[in-house]
Design a protein around this ligand. Structure first.
Ligand code: HEM
Length: 455
């Protein structure tokens, strides 16, 4: 398939399939590890002088669509010309759940999950997020002169996801799940070779162990729901156990467990990676930090005697959110994602054959100087007023497959920033530490920072 594109498709986009089997995967990954995923795309865009080019990565023939026009095409054609696609390792490890489903099935799962992630539902949990964040900072940050920010933040976002998605408070269970997850993550985007010794094999075993733990938890919650010692609105797990879809059909237990596994996967590394980037950028931009401090101190001052952060307080954090948005523009936490062609179609005069994979790139879009003037410069004022043009700022994707956790992430990030700013000053141990993508942006040394209490 890779080497012999169909003769009936003479008008393929310009580009190269690279080497047999591996295609151009090595260059694709080398650019990520070098901290610059967009280089792979930019180099080819200028070489072929075209808004779309062909390549082969992850063992698949692929068309890469450039910029806001490409994003608009892919996001608005979901279920028509294209559908969400993830490398086959993802589907094999996750089993049947939102990310491995398309069309009506995906829509139904997403609707059920969204009832926990919409702003109305999130309003109720802001205080809990604040409480968990304060506990985390007290236990892991207070009294320390130095710590490694990335691993510490990863622990925080994982704890928070366990607590909020499944009401898990037992630290031993959280720690067992975290250990399994550590192994699981290494094989998620890998060749799906289920033979001992491979990352995928270890990842599959870890996923089985996580499922086993979650199965026990589901049984426990069913009993608690019956006894009314748990409520259907306390977390996503109980919500899914107790509530059916719009036709009243309950989600099968195996799918509840798969969806929980997927939410833990999608919802903690993305946030910890973003938090570590926020800390790094703020350390390098004292004039921005000063304004964030002013905004956050004013909000803290309005809270009498340790009152927890509420939804309304988050709406006042406008400047801080612009700063976080600009951090995600400068270094997109998710470099982009993939779709699959459902039919042969034409894009910009080129034929894209059915079954080809498609890639949209947040990194490349965010660095486009036509849409983001002086793109390499940090400028949070880009988000004032109506902000960037449609489809030119896409850290959470777009269309029907847009990130489900975007509002939750906003709560998590702002609440953390609020508590960090009000409690601590920090500086980077290694100001030149590089950020690489693996597959999310991470500082190569884990971002060690020196800490002092703010006052
Ligand atoms: C800063 C943090 C985050 C970023 C940058 C981010 C980014 C993304 C992106 C780019 C996608 C793919 C969209 C597409 O293909 O069009 C996505 C999908 C998804 N995200 Fe997030 N995400 C974040 C946090 C979260 C959190 C906290 C959760 C869970 C609560 C979450 C759950 C999901 C799920 C379930 C999907 C799949 C949606 C679908 O297939 O319809 N994400 N996210």
């Amino acid at each position: 398939k890779l080497l012999k594109p169909k003769a009936s498709h003479p008008n393929l986009p310009p580009g190269s399939f690279g080497w047999p089997v591996i295609g151009e995967s090595l260059e694709f990954l080398r650019c990520q590890r070098g901290g610059c995923p967009e280089k792979f795309i930019r180099d080819r865009m200028s070489k072929y002088n075209s808004p779309v080019f062909r390549t082969s990565v992850l063992g698949e023939p692929m068309a890469v669509l450039y910029g806001p026009a490409g994003n608009k095409f892919l996001f608005s054609n979901e279920g028509k010309k294209v559908a969400l696609w993830w490398p086959s390792s993802v589907g094999k490890l996750m089993g049947r759940c939102l990310v491995s489903k398309v069309g009506d099935e995906a829509r139904s799962d997403k609707k059920m999950l969204m009832s926990f992630f919409n702003p109305e539902a999130l309003k109720r949990i802001v205080g809990v997020v604040d409480e968990v964040t304060k506990d985390h900072l007290r236990i892991h940050w207070e009294g320390k002169d130095q710590l490694e920010a990335y691993s510490t933040l990863k622990q925080h976002t994982f704890d928070l996801a366990c607590r909020l998605f499944m009401s898990i408070t037992d630290p031993q269970l959280v720690s067992r799940l975290a250990d399994h997850f550590h192994v699981f993550l290494r094989g998620v985007i890998d060749l799906p070779l289920n033979v001992p010794g491979t990352n995928f094999y270890r990842s599959k075993k870890a996923a089985d162990s996580i499922r086993k733990e979650l199965r026990v938890l589901v049984k426990q919650r069913r009993v608690e729901l019956e006894k009314k010692t748990a409520s259907p609105s306390q977390d996503i797990m109980t919500h899914l156990i107790a509530n059916g879809d719009e036709n009243g059909k309950l989600m099968p237990e195996a799918e509840i467990i798969n969806n929980m596994l997927n939410l833990l996967f999608a919802g903690h590394d993305t946030s910890s990676s973003t938090l570590v980037l926020i800390i790094k950028y703020l350390s390098e931009l004292p004039y921005v930090l000063e304004k964030v401090v002013a905004e956050q101190r004013e909000i803290a001052a309005s809270k009498a005697g340790g009152e927890l952060i509420q939804w309304g307080d988050l709406q006042k954090m406008r400047y801080s959110w612009n700063v976080i948005s600009e951090v995600m523009r400068m270094t997109a936490p998710v470099y982009g994602s993939f779709r699959e062609a459902l039919v042969d179609f034409t894009y910009e005069g080129y034929t894209i054959p059915k079954d080809w994979k498609l890639h949209w790139s947040a990194c490349t879009t965010h660095g486009d100087p036509d849409y983001h003037p002086r793109a390499p410069t940090f400028d949070e004022s880009r988000f004032e007023g109506s902000g960037p043009a449609p489809y030119s700022y896409v850290p959470f994707g777009g269309g029907p497959r847009m990130c489900l956790g975007l509002e939750f992430a906003r709560v998590e990030l702002l609440v953390f920033l609020h508590n960090l700013i009000n409690g601590f000053r920090w500086s980077l141990v290694n100001p030149d530490e590089k950020i690489i993508y693996d597959p999310m942006p991470i500082p190569v040394e884990g971002l060690p920072i020196r800490l002092r209490p703010r006052d």
